[in-house]
Design a protein. Structure first.
Length: 616
């Protein structure tokens, strides 16, 4: 890069195990920025030293001696109330740990390119709304202006497109490219089918498993070594925190070696006892075949959602460091009948794509990025909870189905559930099944109060507008009563304003005063149908309540927050499971989509902040 070059924005691949930063150089090409240690990637590890947080390779080394101070794989808990393991006895929000990683990345990059604030940060395509919001919060805590979030497979596809010359002055491919991006990182897995048509990058379908990644392959090696050690010495090193650290480090070394060798001799020492054993690629593949099959199942799901056959693909792209494992390539080729394309750097493709997308967003170089468009899809169903008139029980009604191209809009007619109903509560959920099981509560919208003697079965028109950048606007109107409300739900949950400021100060001060446990969730109890304004969580959902005869009104300040039990989750399950309590709207069996009804003027409530609720 030429002296004095100042990029408008950078792209950051915030990974579970490793992270990387890239920017566009003065010729418009993406370049990975070395960290202060001279490496292109930084371990996403945080060590709470007595003098302040330490991030990266040094954190891992220090954690070998004091594991109670080390936090690893925080990305797997993003969107949760707290990181699964206490660090020095403290429950820390995952976004705070992620912020410390981002802060290190930012400071190191500034040593090379100078000060910057704007950044595009990548997330797994299958991240839900709370996870995306938490990632944005992490960026803000690190002093970044996160101009957008981009899905990791989309970023990789953009890098591929640039490498093929699609963004040259001549631009475009000679024919439509239909690519499958298989992204197996350290802690998450995504498959995305994309179409590249000239300068248009369009996501067709995506599927993922946010609890599957290279660390799971590591753990199989941990078990292999530990069981051999038990057999020889009668001692299980997994029962000791120091033994666990040693095993994970050794397992990672073995995994990397087996990407190049047919077998590897393992030497392991613990408490003065020694083990010598050997692991071959074939045995390793057998040990992990169920993990590989999980990725193949997800790949089949993505292809089914895209309504495509593998023969219709023009390219299979592998990204993520874990795709270096030989069994991944061979099994994917066996499934698809196609040769995989390894032209992308597994470690750099995603941050490069994020940097290019930052240039697109900010028009960094009009000649290079003019006319480039990126279209994503929503990775989870979005809907509302409503009463099924046939059963009288709450169920989920999908408004915008998963893998719908963004932006997307939909209006659906519902009805009031009771005679003389005092208000309408729209409960917005993401994911889950038709009964609303394991759905994430994204937020709520209220129309309150309704006029007295409102008949049962009064029409309610609910409208969802889901923008390209992930902003969801929800509106509810009762045309016959001339009343309505809308609210902008900005990526669901996140630290509320008070906790955000608290953590921002603590991070700025090097976490020198953690105090008591502060990763305590705000209350997300459901409001009573009779009196929503008096409920604990009414203000948390940022509603503005509008009727024809009553002015805008909001509830009082935040209430104390309750901790919720962690629930066992499958891939794609919710972070904050929606409670299936009484709901105030009923599914209209006769109407699926609302006709064109002229609604009264909409009052925008986008200036209201959406507060974080508890996440289990």
């Amino acid at each position: 890069m030429s002296k004095g070059f100042k990029p408008l924005a950078v792209g950051i691949d915030l990974g579970t195990t490793f992270s990387a930063v890239a920017c566009l150089d003065d010729s418009g090409r993406p370049r990975t920025i070395q960290n202060a240690e001279g490496s292109l990637t930084t371990p996403s590890a945080v060590f709470l030293d007595r003098s302040g947080p330490v991030v990266g390779a040094e954190a891992i080394e220090a954690g070998m001696l004091e594991p109670e101070r080390l936090a690893l794989f925080a990305k797997r808990d993003v969107g949760e109330v707290a990181f699964r393991n206490k660090v020095l006895g403290h429950s820390l929000p995952p976004e705070v740990l992620e912020a410390l990683v981002l802060k290190k990345l930012k400071e190191d990059a500034e040593l090379v390119i100078g000060p910057f604030e704007k950044a595009v940060v990548t997330v797994p395509a299958f991240f839900n709304e709370p996870c995306r919001k938490a990632t944005q919060d992490a960026g803000r805590l690190a002093g970044l202006d996160v101009i957008d979030i981009i899905n990791e497979p989309t970023a990789a596809a953009i890098t591929y497109g640039v490498g093929q010359g699609f963004l040259t002055p001549q631009g475009g491919s000679r024919e439509l490219e239909r690519v499958l991006v298989y992204d197996l990182g350290g802690g998450t897995f995504d498959v995305t089918v994309m179409e590249i048509d000239g300068r248009d990058f369009n996501t067709v379908a995506t599927a993922g498993d946010v609890y599957l990644g290279g660390v799971d392959w590591d753990r199989r090696i941990v078990d292999f070594i530990a069981e051999a050690f038990v057999k020889e010495h009668g001692v299980d090193p997994r029962q000791n925190v120091f033994g666990q650290q040693e095993l994970m480090q050794k397992a990672n070394q073995v995994k990397h070696a087996l990407t190049q060798r047919e077998s590897f001799i393992i030497g392991f020492n613990f408490e003065g006892m020694r083990l010598r054993t050997e692991l071959s690629q074939s045995v390793y593949a057998k040990m992990t075949e169920d993990l590989v099959e999980r990725t193949l199942l997800t790949t089949r799901i993505a292809m089914d959602e895209a309504k495509l056959d593998f023969k219709q693909l023009t390219r299979l792209l592998l990204v993520g460091g874990s795709t270096r494992m030989p069994m991944i390539q061979s099994e994917l080729e066996h499934l698809s009948g196609l040769k995989v394309d390894r032209s992308l750097s597994p470690d750099e493709a995603i941050c490069h794509g994020a940097a290019i997308y930052a240039g697109v967003r900010l028009n960094h170089d009009a000649s290079a990025f003019a006319g480039v468009s990126v279209t994503n899809v929503n990775s989870h169903d979005l809907g509302v909870l409503a009463v099924d008139p046939m059963t009288g029980q709450p169920r989920r009604k999908i408004m915008i189905a998963r893998n719908s191209p963004l932006p997307a809009s939909m209006s659906v007619r519902f009805r009031t559930h009771k005679k003389n109903q005092p208000n309408v509560k729209i409960q917005v959920v993401e994911g889950g099944d038709d009964l609303g099981t394991n759905a994430t509560m994204v937020g709520k919208c209220y129309v309150d109060p309704l006029p007295p003697d409102t008949p049962k079965g009064t029409d309610i028109v609910v409208r969802f507008d889901y923008a390209q950048d992930g902003r969801l606007t929800v509106g509810a109107s009762l045309p016959k009563l001339n009343c309505q409300a809308t609210t902008l739900l900005q990526r669901g949950q996140g630290l509320n304003a008070e906790l955000f400021e608290l953590w921002a100060r603590r991070i700025a001060n090097g976490l020198d005063d953690l105090g008591t446990d502060v990763a305590t969730p705000t209350s997300n109890d459901q409001p009573s149908e009779a009196s929503p304004a008096d409920s604990d969580d009414y203000e948390n959902d940022a509603p503005v309540i509008v009727t024809a005869a009553k002015s805008t009104k909001a509830a009082s300040g935040p209430s104390p927050r309750k901790k919720l039990k962690r629930v066992t989750r499958k891939a794609g399950d919710s972070n904050r499971v929606a409670k299936k309590t009484a709901t105030s709207i009923e599914i209209d069996a006769e109407e699926k989509t609302a006709p064109n009804i002229k609604a009264p003027p909409t009052i925008d409530t986008s200036d209201w902040k959406n507060r974080r609720r508890g996440i289990s």
